[in-house]
Design a protein around this ligand. Structure first.
Ligand code: VAH
Length: 312
């Protein structure tokens, strides 16, 4: 199958691209960033900007993908720093991608939404169909992307589907998110022997280990459209507090020093998100089920990070 992936130079792409190549897909990437050395050599890497409609159209016209995975985005912390850029990339970028899909008959557009689509005050576990009142530029543009995709589906028949990801934990460098403290406890803890998290120990949001996240993308993408009762699905795995993550790291890295100093800006973003998600629609419609809990994720991730070439 021919797949085009926007923004694949980020944290998700690092794990998604090798999986696509391994299953025999013909993969093209569209990203502003240059091709990283770790990217499989089979991938065709096109450099371009999702905010420039012409560049997106040219890339989609040349690649003629069966499916387009739209990962390009400015995340929550960076989005508050450069809100105009976040609007351009997340809103106009998404519109350009959907418009290209319509013009060049792309079979499916897969959208990566987020728990940041939710705002404060929702009673956990938070389901799919609640009032979406995010307080960040990132969150509001992701809600806009969800709604725009559904509009393209209704109006032009574009097969639009996607997930609301929790914070994602993996060995790859994240790009300006608020959930990054969890990953840094492992990566910096191992590399430097210490890390000061920018949140309180009690902070709690949903998280997911990247192998589960990549599997969710592939499973929802492969699901028959007729089995889907909706386009965008909550998916959940674990909801540890920052203190529980720190304990899991301390148990596995003897002597590591993990401390907490809450940064008001990022803490406010974090506190506006749900602590626990209800993902029963995903479980019912396409059989979603997470595999990794906090312990098995910690074991697997640290084993990967301990392989000599992995620590960034
Ligand atoms: C962020 N990692 O922190 C992203 C995510 C759960 C939020 O979408 O901005």
């Amino acid at each position: 199958m021919k797949i085009l992936v926007t923004g694949a130079g980020g944290q998700i792409g690092a794990d998604l691209l090798p999986r696509l190549v391994a299953r025999g897909d013909s993969v093209t990437v569209f990203d502003l960033a240059p091709q990283p050395a770790t990217c499989p050599s089979e991938v065709r890497w096109v450099r371009g900007d999702v905010t420039m409609a012409g560049e997106v159209f040219d890339a989609v016209k040349a690649a003629r993908p069966d499916r387009l995975f739209h990962l390009a985005a400015i995340l929550s912390a960076t989005g508050e720093r450069v809100p105009h850029r976040a609007w351009a990339v997340n809103m106009e970028g998404t519109r350009n991608v959907l418009e290209a899909a319509r013009l060049f008959d792309v079979g499916q557009v897969f959208f990566t939404s987020t728990i940041a689509a939710f705002g404060p005050g929702l009673e956990p576990p938070v389901g799919d169909d609640v009032s979406l009142r995010p307080t960040t530029m990132y969150g509001l543009t992701k809600v806009g992307g969800e709604l725009l995709g559904e509009w393209y589906q209704r109006t032009y028949g574009v097969d639009f589907r996607g997930v609301r990801f929790p914070g994602l934990i993996s060995a790859a460098e994240p790009g300006g998110g608020t959930s990054d403290y969890a990953l840094f406890m492992y990566v910096n803890g191992l590399r430097d022997g210490f890390y000061e998290a920018f949140v309180t120990p009690e902070s709690q949001i949903p998280f997911m280990y990247m192998p589960d996240a990549v599997r969710a993308v592939l499973e929802l993408s492969d699901a028959p459209r007729a089995s889907l009762g909706r386009s965008i699905y909550n998916i959940a795995a674990i909801s540890p507090t920052a203190a529980e993550i720190a304990d899991a790291v301390r148990e596995r890295i003897p002597g590591v020093r993990l401390t907490f100093r809450s940064d008001p800006r990022r803490q406010a973003i974090l506190d506006s998100w749900p602590s626990v998600l209800d993902d029963s629609n995903a479980r019912k419609d396409w059989g979603w089920s997470h595999e990794y809990d906090l312990a098995s994720m910690s074991d697997d991730l640290l084993a990967k990070l301990r392989e000599p070439a992995s620590v960034p």
